[in-house]
Design a binder for this molecule. Structure first.
Ligand code: ASP
Ligand code: MG
Length: 309
């Protein structure tokens, strides 16, 4: 390849990145408008928490460790997610949302998954006294509106991709149904077959997802899965607010008590709530049909890939 050709290819990739980032800017604006109009208070993120999301047990997580920072005699954890803080925020403030930077040190094998980053931002929200159905309806309103607002965005023309056609309400399955049909790797297989996002409900995972009181062993949680093989978009749940099951499940999962002491001390008067979080980079990847979620980051954070800047 001659120097001139290399420059031309470099320039056009830069144009494509500019188009993606222009779309990102408008996605963020519309997301902010949506939550504002729905009556949510936007909070600023916490980055160092006295307790944070354990990210497990969750079959989807390969996180190697949670970063600990000892500072002035206290131990802090770099935020895996703001879920535990959201439980206090929803009690004290009401409907809240946050653009929350998360660090999740996934294993190097996740490099090729196309959807994992070790640093990303999620739109994380929580609603007091809501049920899962309320959250799913809100998420469907959000995507329907985003799709219609962005339909004529110039980035789609420039990137030569079809704008998304979100047509909710979306189908809902339990993970048991999906596993029976597609096996343990259901997420990828079912996502490839779908042409609309769909809900996957009832995972056994972190202690803060509420167990169904009428159906023990089943959980009142939900993931949204993108179609065409793009996989997980969002995860959320109705929450455990009663300290007794919270303690029992932390013990069942073998979680180190010291890491949750700050949370447990204050979790004596939590309220019922439900919410979810969706990755902004994964959303953008889906919108522009990028082959890897790192492709939509100006500063790539792909596990197992050398990071330049
Ligand atoms: N934010 C998610 C939730 O609301 C948890 C996560 O980040 O995985 O459940
Ligand atoms: Mg999760």
């Amino acid at each position: 390849m001659s120097g001139a050709e290399a420059t031309a290819i470099g320039a056009s990739e830069r144009e494509r990145q500019r188009a993606r980032l222009g779309l990102l800017s408008d996605v963020l604006l519309e997301t902010t408008r949506f939550f504002h109009e729905e009556g949510f208070t936007q909070l600023l993120p916490v980055m160092l928490g006295r307790s944070t999301d354990p990210l497990g047990p969750d079959p989807g997580s390969s996180v190697l460790k949670t970063v600990e920072v000892d500072y002035l005699g206290q131990r802090f954890y770099l935020m895996n997610s703001m879920i535990l803080h959201k439980q206090f925020a929803v009690r004290d403030v009401g409907k809240v949302w946050i653009l929350s930077p998360n660090v999740r040190l996934e294993s190097a094998e996740r490099r090729g998954s196309g959807k994992h980053l070790f640093e990303f931002t999620q739109a994380d929200f929580e609603i007091p006294r809501a049920r899962g159905a309320d959250v799913q309806a809100l998420v469907e309103r959000y995507f329907a509106r985003l799709g219609s607002v962005l339909r004529d965005h110039p980035a789609f023309l420039e990137l030569e991709v079809e704008p998304p056609r979100f047509a909710p309400p979306w189908r809902a399955y339990t993970t048991h149904e999906l596993e029976a049909r597609y096996g343990a790797a259901w997420e990828e297989a079912a996502s490839h077959e779908a042409d609309q996002p769909f809900w996957a409900n009832c995972h056994r995972r972190e202690f803060y997802d509420r167990e169904d009181p009428d159906d023990p062993g089943h959980y009142l949680n939900y993931d949204l899965i993108y179609p065409f093989g793009y996989g997980e978009a969002l995860s959320g749940a109705e929450r455990e607010w009663d300290l007794a099951p919270i303690r029992a499940r932390l013990a069942r999962d073998g979680m180190p008590p010291a890491a949750f002491a700050a949370y447990l001390e204050r979790a004596t008067d939590l309220i019922p709530s439900a919410g979810a979080g969706f990755g902004i980079e994964r959303l953008l990847r889906f919108l522009v049909r990028a082959s890897h979620v790192g492709d939509v980051q100006l500063f790539r954070r792909v596990p197992g890939e050398p990071t330049v800047m």
